[in-house]
Design a protein around this ligand. Structure first.
Ligand SMILES: Cc1ncc(COP(=O)(O)O)c(C=O)c1O
Length: 425
């Protein structure tokens, strides 16, 4: 889209955690550097930031085990390994997701099966109930764009069928469902601390669970393939915990930043929620705008506002006009976009999935005889009717925590003006 002849961008960049980075993070990283102890398991004078960060998340989520890792993508791959996902298995994934969700399943040798979304923009529990079968090894629930959907019903469907849930909280850190933290519902939960996320160290991830056997497998997978004892020595005797390690440990400098960022998460979410309420409240007054539905209005972390417009043409035009009016960030940001420009979040934009590309040129896992059941599966546009309709007509606004109330009102006014000029306010 060309923003030529447009007004200057009025949106600050959308990377929330970056705005609360301060001297405390600098001091924590300096601790690690001065101690010359950058590795989490040993060093000249270990500062134990990775341990501290895991302890903070155990408390925050009320979970028995948390494991710091180097990314959300690694955390998802580890989650598949924890649940023994492999050839012959299917993992149910929603049509609105991130490419890493698909990568985790395919790299495990299993088949992703798409579940449609509903107007919460997350997995539709009715379509889940239709698609869950004896082949379903896990249900990957993804709390997209800051919030979850009908999580109670999704959990009920999976529990009734005895299928474990992996909860992907990468985009909804700090969010809740009916007062309980997101990340406390799945058998396994994963987080990301990549730069776009609520709190950040540039990169980083976390795996949470309650089951100790699952945790030992996660630990082995994120490290060298074996659990460690309390002194950090490898335990090669426990075959049930052994896996093939992926070297996905979190470094101490990363953990130092995140240990401080974690203490700022609640205030950050409070700010995002207030701005979200202001933006969503203003936009909801436009007769042509339908705000994303929610099963728990108080629960989102406030980081995104999603609006659905009457049709694809008006959606595109409203985004184009508001962008020209300045509702866009600087050149490095991606904000105020039509869903069709929202990249690999849309199932059918994942060309590797649509074309069933494998982990090598041999095409595995699609070519594995154990996965022959999936030969007829299709992943192109048209596979999920509800998602396709919502994607075609919806736009997304990330909420930068440094947005002022006045700027938020200007954003709403720009949308109102664009809708009015299209005759659909
Ligand atoms: C829903 C979702 N899951 C997983 C990830 C992967 O996280 P990371 O970027 O830390 O690998 C992301 C983030 O990009 C995400 O948005």
């Amino acid at each position: 889209m060309s923003d030529d002849d447009a007004r200057a961008p009025l949106l600050p960049y959308e990377w929330p955690g970056s705005y609360v980075l301060g001297d405390e993070e600098v001091a924590a990283v300096s601790d690690v550097l001065r101690a010359r102890s950058l590795f989490r398991f040993y060093g000249h004078d270990l500062q134990h930031y990775a341990d501290r960060f895991e302890a903070a998340y155990r408390l925050r989520l009320g979970r028995r085990h948390c494991l710091a890792v180097n990314s959300g993508t690694s955390a998802l791959a580890i989650a598949m390994g924890m649940l023994d996902v492999g050839p012959g298995d299917e993992v149910l994934v929603p049509g609105y997701l991130w490419v890493s969700c698909l990568a985790a399943v395919v790299r495990a040798g299993a088949i992703p099966r798409l579940v449609d979304i509903d107007d919460t923009f997350t997995m539709d529990p009715d379509d889940l109930a239709r698609k869950i079968t004896a082949r379903t090894k896990a249900v990957l629930v993804v709390h997209m764009s800051g919030a979850t959907g009908h999580l109670d019903r999704i959990v009920a469907v999976a529990r009734e069928r005895g299928v474990p849930i992996v909860e992907d909280v990468a985009q909804a850190n700090g969010g809740t469902f009916r007062g309980e933290p997101l990340g406390s519902f799945g058998d396994v939960a994963i987080f990301s601390f990549q730069y776009n996320k609520a709190i950040t160290a540039g990169e980083g991830g976390l795996v949470a669970c309650d089951d100790t056997a699952l945790y030992r497998r996660a630990f082995a997978l994120h490290d060298l393939g074996y659990p460690r004892d309390d002194d950090g020595r490898l335990d090669t005797d426990d075959a049930s915990a052994q896996g093939w390690g992926m070297g996905a440990r979190m470094s101490e400098p990363t953990a130092a930043v995140l240990t401080v960022q974690e203490t700022k998460l609640d205030a950050l979410v409070e700010r995002l929620r207030a701005l979200h309420a202001r933006l969503a409240g203003g936009l909801a007054s436009l007769s042509s705008a339908t705000l994303r539905a929610t099963a728990d209005p108080a629960g989102g972390n406030g980081s995104f506002v999603i609006v659905t417009w009457p049709d694809a043409a008006s959606c595109r035009e409203i985004v184009a006009r508001t962008r020209r009016a300045g509702v866009r960030p600087g050149p490095d940001g991606l904000n105020n976009v039509a869903f069709e420009d929202w990249g690999l979040h849309l199932y059918h934009h994942n060309v590797g999935l649509v074309e069933k590309r494998g982990t090598s040129t041999r095409g595995y896992p699609w070519t594995d005889p154990a996965n022959a059941f999936a030969r007829g599966y299709a992943y192109g546009r048209g596979s999920l009717p509800r998602a396709d309709d919502l994607f075609a007509r919806s736009s997304l606004l990330a909420v930068p925590p440094s947005l002022t109330e006045d700027q938020a009102d200007t954003v709403v006014e720009a949308f109102a003006e664009a809708a009015r000029s299209l005759g659909s306010a």
